[in-house]
Design a protein around this ligand. Structure first.
Ligand code: G16
Length: 543
């Protein structure tokens, strides 16, 4: 067997987005496309001699063939060992857990997360560093620069290995250990949560539906919920990972997880519902006919953090992405701990977690997590809720409405305009930036603008700086409108409009969300001239 050096030319557009490089499967199927990116990642890493790389993906179409390519390139790069999830499967949180537990140099995760899969769907790749977290911005930019100058890559001509059988294999002298993708992760969950209390909850007849959306969380949910915690068989639905997610869009929100939402609204609904996404890092929590917003979920978990043994010592701080509602800020204030506001992207939480400044983190995009790993973690959030329900009793709705009574309610919604023209999207944002300077003091319907800006962030730990992270219009009553362009889409551009209104009065906590936000929605549409710029009269998705 030999290492081949293959001449190549750069592909434009290999800049990682909010979370790694995401493109259509057909883009990744072009000769050299994947190899170029992997080589660019490897070129930016230090000496790999004697080091371990973790490898796995969400099982989507193209995962298995990409795994073989990465293995052969890792052998050519000189890694001593690869820990590979059996069948090429590793959820994003499990990969983060395995990197940390086994002291790996880093990991490659093959996933386009919540994006649709299949031959016509999306594929993705991201590099996670030794702390288990997404590569920081400085590294992803360096990788991108490298892709633009790449002239060759190195790959072993060793044959493909059997990735379905656990145990040791060799690729050109590099050891490949095919591991159980669930074991390390399950062990960690059992350390954090009161599995005894949750087992008793299920034994007492508590019912749950977990929708794995035919994505990677299925094996984890089966093993932990039905296996270790004794939930009845059938608790996990859509639990077999499929290459095209069974045609589902594995994005756990009330629009895409329609089957679960309908079930939870039907007579005889289970006590508790939850769903996770393509790579199992996102989660949605649903009570009986009662979806919980991710922002509220973070705030509720923060307010009740100490119910779980792994967090019995309390919180050092909370972190949320800027567009996430400020429900968590109120909890942080009550607890007397700091609340950090970061740009969108889990990578921005890494330094805060490493420095012990934040214990819980969350994002409006159905992401919640903690210091236990360096990624958001879908099943972890579900187990936290189960632990809370087991200790506190009552329903999901009881817990959330009691929380609103204590802290007030942050009505919250996100309106997405998908696949719009990138030029139109840029122009819309540009126009908004021009308007920022004279917005303060303007009266809009019954709102008055207190301030408006383009969010900038200086990391309190490493002082790295990020600018143009979303346009914020803040009202005097605490309401907000935020505009951002998505960094994870693969078709045209996606405009996200985030709407938030604070309501202290419990008598006003029962309104339908879109109704409660109607005034702000009208302002958001007109200030940004959304119809004029995009030609769209309605959002594609409202969550
Ligand atoms: C990724 C990031 C998240 C981010 C989300 C949405 O999630 O990890 O931090 O909130 O994208 O990003 P955008 O608004 O730019 O599309 P995932 O689950 O897709 O990896």
């Amino acid at each position: 067997m030999a290492i081949r050096t293959v001449a190549t030319t750069p592909f434009p557009g290999q800049r990682p987005g909010t979370s790694g490089l995401r493109k259509k499967v057909t883009a990744f199927q072009q000769p050299h496309f994947l190899e170029n990116f992997v080589q660019s990642v490897f070129d930016m890493l230090g000496d790999a001699t004697g080091k371990t790389l973790v490898l796995g993906g969400d099982g989507r179409f193209h995962n298995r063939s990409a795994i073989q390519v990465v293995l052969k390139m890792a052998a050519a790069r000189g890694f001593a060992r690869v820990l590979l999830g059996q069948g090429g499967i590793l959820s994003t949180p499990a990969a983060s857990c395995v990197i940390r537990k086994h002291g790996a140099m880093g990991g490659i995760i093959l996933s386009a997360s919540h994006n649709p899969g299949g031959p016509d769907g999306d594929f993705g790749i991201k590099y996670n560093a030794a702390n288990g977290g997404p590569a920081p911005e400085a590294l992803t930019e360096a990788i991108y620069e490298r892709t633009l100058a790449l002239a060759e890559y190195r790959i072993s001509d060793a044959p493909d290995i059997d990735i379905d059988t656990r145990g040791e294999h060799t690729v050109d002298g590099m050891r490949v250990e095919v591991i159980d993708p669930v074991a390390d992760y399950a062990e960690l969950m059992a350390q954090l949560f009161d599995f005894g209390a949750i087992r008793r909850l299920f034994a007492g007849g508590f019912s749950m539906c977990f929708d794995a959306m035919h994505a990677v969380c299925g094996p984890y949910a089966h093993a932990i919920l039905e296996g270790m915690l004794g939930a009845p068989a059938g608790t996990v639905i859509n639990g077999v990972p499929l290459e095209d997610f069974g045609g589902l869009h594995p994005d756990p929100n009330p629009v895409n997880a329609e089957q679960l939402i309908e079930l939870m609204a039907a007579p005889g609904a289970p006590d508790f519902g939850a769903a996770s996404d393509g790579d199992a890092d996102r989660n949605m929590i649903v009570g009986r006919n009662f979806p919980v917003t991710p922002s509220d979920s973070l705030a509720v978990l923060a307010a009740n953090a100490t119910v779980a043994p792994g967090y019995a010592g309390g919180l050092a701080g909370i972190a949320r992405s800027m567009p996430t509602s400020r429900a968590a800020d109120r909890v942080a204030e009550a607890l007397g701990v700091p609340c950090y506001e970061t740009p969108t992207g889990w990578k921005y939480f890494g330094t805060l977690l490493d420095a012990g400044k934040a214990t819980l983190c969350g994002e409006e995009s159905y992401g919640t997590g903690s210091r236990h790993i360096r990624e958001k973690d879908g099943l972890w959030a579900v187990l936290y809720w189960l632990n809370l329900l087991a200790v506190r009793g009552g329903s999901v709705q009881d817990i959330v409405t009691a929380h609103w009574q204590r802290f007030g309610r942050h009505y919250y919604s996100r309106h997405d305009y998908e696949a719009i023209s990138p030029d139109a999207a840029r122009l819309l944002m540009q126009d908004l930036r021009i308007k920022l300077a004279y917005m303060a003091g303007q009266k809009m319907n019954h709102y008055e603008v207190q301030s408006a800006d383009d969010f900038e962030y200086t990391d309190p730990v490493d002082s790295s700086h990020a600018s143009q992270q979303g346009i914020r219009i803040m009202m005097t009553d605490g309401s907000r409108i935020v505009y951002r362009l998505s960094g994870t889409g693969t078709e045209g551009a996606t405009l996200r409009v985030y709407l938030e209104r604070y309501e202290a009065d419990p008598a006003q906590h029962h309104l339908p969300t879109q109704q409660a936000l109607a005034g702000l929605i009208a302002i958001a549409d007109s200030v940004a001239s959304i119809v004029l710029h995009t030609g769209r009269t309605n959002p594609t998705v409202i969550t």
